[in-house]
Design a protein around this ligand. Structure first.
Ligand code: HEC
Length: 504
């Protein structure tokens, strides 16, 4: 069989935007410390620690200097952000808040107060796009329940030194927690379900620690894409279509994924039906995939429990398996120095997709794979290969490394320098974060390709900017485009300019 068809459907670039998928799942609520009214932000944060994880202590326990602004049900969180100064803490009392919160200031803490089991809830009513959008540095989001948004629950755009912890996110659209272009960030103790793409999506970011999260009932559980120095540990990923993924997706401005440690996670029974929006690329992820590594470099997989994933436990593939994504000459498509150390694996691959079945036939085996590798690979290895059912790993030698004890954290000792982004960068960010979810460069996604739009609007960025503020229905064979009027006019103009000039 040709390599082109191998696992063609197994591969996803989780950049697709899905709309309106709903999963009426229940989720496990955890209790949180009740906060008392106080005028010291430091005291408030002391009540929210709840973790003795040394690896992340510096970022999590950093003292806050400012005042506390309390928001009660019926009041606006955004109003509180508007009046806040860097260093302030916004304490959100239990109740329902139907709004999108934009945080463009530095060192703001948005912290829910949970009382007698009642959480402050951001309710998108299936109408609002995002719950929390931050671009400030040193932002902290904690103790919130977020539900029924269409786009993202918590999205960061170029904010460094962030902490997102202890949130309950259910049925919140396309991405749950999505830091993009962030450096030095902690994502821990969050519970996410019913997300139509990746529940935790670490995109184009550096030095990130994702630990003790529970992700279930999503299309993808945790995804590390075009990011470097990331540890994903002690998470529980079950009943997603795919559990934990790390990719280089071609065509994005950051071209590498490197130094990713996936360890001590429980990755089981990720056999959920894939409910990614039809036409979105993520909808091609085969249900039943535990860990998927695509084109990434220096990925270590250690001490996970990986079981009952019906397609395969671990899948290692290159870009050539892609059916419909344009190759990017600036990315290296080959998974390199992937190190599969000791993991507990059982009962994976009991009902694989036809491409894997074909590989099994060629290998004269009836046992579905704990681990399958397809396409090219370079300097990959596996410890004690004989312990598992493997397919396509004949060129994987025994690993020299036996554990990751030497890697405790990739978080930085000192806060990263605040990233100061210009309006041009913002245009690029919004293009990739928002527009590219529906507009691929030269293929049809949810909207028409960017090349088609470029030809319709020669030298007319203003025309694009005007259209996206008030889109009108133009094509019978496409859905309507949602209005982008939640973006400021300045940002709409910058995104339009970027769309008009982007080359691939
Ligand atoms: C949720 C999906 C979605 C998102 C997000 C999205 N678009 Fe669209 N866009 C569409 C669809 C669908 C159409 C086709 C609408 C039609 O023909 O009626 C479209 C059409 C367009 C057009 C063509 C207008 C014309 O005259 O034919 C432009 C320009 C455009 N989008 C720009 C953007 C920009 C810029 C962004 C980011 C700020 C963006 N879109 C975000 C779905 C989306």
């Amino acid at each position: 069989m040709s390599t082109k068809t191998v696992l063609a459907t197994a591969i996803v670039a989780v950049i697709g935007v899905a709309a309106g998928a709903y999963l009426g799942k229940t989720y496990l609520a955890s209790s949180g410390a009740g906060l008392s009214e106080t005028d010291s932000a430091t005291v408030v944060l002391a009540g929210t620690k709840g973790s003795n994880d040394q690896a992340s202590a510096g970022l999590r326990d950093a003292a806050r200097s400012g005042k506390i602004i309390t928001v009660k049900a019926g009041q606006s969180i955004q109003e509180a952000v508007r009046s806040a100064q860097p260093g302030d803490t916004i304490q959100v009392m239990p109740g329902e808040y139907k709004e999108t919160v934009y945080i463009d200031k530095d060192n703001i803490s948005l912290i829910g107060s949970i009382q007698d089991g009642h959480w402050p809830t951001l309710e998108g009513e299936g109408k609002l796009n995002d719950a929390v959008l931050y671009s400030g540095n040193g932002v902290r989001v904690e103790n919130l329940k977020i539900t029924h948004y269409k786009g993202n629950a918590i999205m960061g755009q170029a904010g460094n030194n962030f902490v997102v912890r202890h949130n309950l996110i259910v049925d919140a659209g396309v991405y749950g927690i999505f830091p993009e272009f962030g450096k030095n960030g902690l994502i821990e103790y969050n519970v996410l379900s019913g997300i139509a793409d990746a529940a935790i999506y670490i995109g184009m970011s550096d030095n990130i620690h994702a630990a003790h999260n529970e992700v279930f009932g999503n299309v993808a559980g945790i995804e590390v894409e075009n990011s470097r120095h990331v540890i994903v540990e002690n998470n529980t990923a079950y009943d997603n279509a795919g559990g934990i993924l790390t990719f280089i997706t071609p065509g994005l401005p950051i071209k590498t994924t490197q130094d990713v440690v996936i360890r001590n996670n429980f990755i089981a029974g990720n056999n959920h039906k894939n409910f990614g929006a039809p036409g979105s690329i993520v909808s091609g992820l085969p249900s039943g995939s535990g860990v998927v590594i695509m084109a990434a470099k220096d990925v270590i997989v250690e001490n996970n429990i990986i079981r009952d994933n019906k397609n395969a436990g671990i899948i290692v593939v290159d870009h050539k398996q892609f059916a419909n994504v344009t190759a990017d000459p600036q990315t290296d498509p080959t998974p390199t120095r992937v190190q599969l150390l000791n993991n507990v694996m059982s009962n994976n691959g009991y009902d694989p997709i036809s491409d894997i079945k074909a590989l099994m036939t060629v290998a004269l085996t009836k046992e579905g794979p704990d681990v399958v590798a397809a396409g090219t690979g370079k300097d990959n290895c596996m410890l004690d290969k004989g312990h598992y059912h493997t397919l396509g790993l004949s060129d994987y030698p025994q690993c020299a490394r036996t554990n990751t004890a030497d890697i405790s954290t990739y978080l930085l000792d000192k806060p990263a320098e605040p990233r100061d982004i210009t309006i041009t960068d913002k245009g690029k960010l919004v293009y990739y974060a928002v527009c590219a979810g529906c507009h691929a460069f030269n293929s049809r996604m949810i909207g028409p390709p960017t090349v088609v739009i470029q030809s319709l609007y020669p030298n007319n960025a203003k025309g694009i900017a005007d259209y996206i503020a008030h889109p009108v229905k133009k094509r019978d064979d496409f859905p309507a485009m949602p209005s982008q009027d939640y973006l400021s006019p300045e940002i709409r103009a910058a995104a339009a300019e970027y769309m008009l000039n982007v080359k691939q």
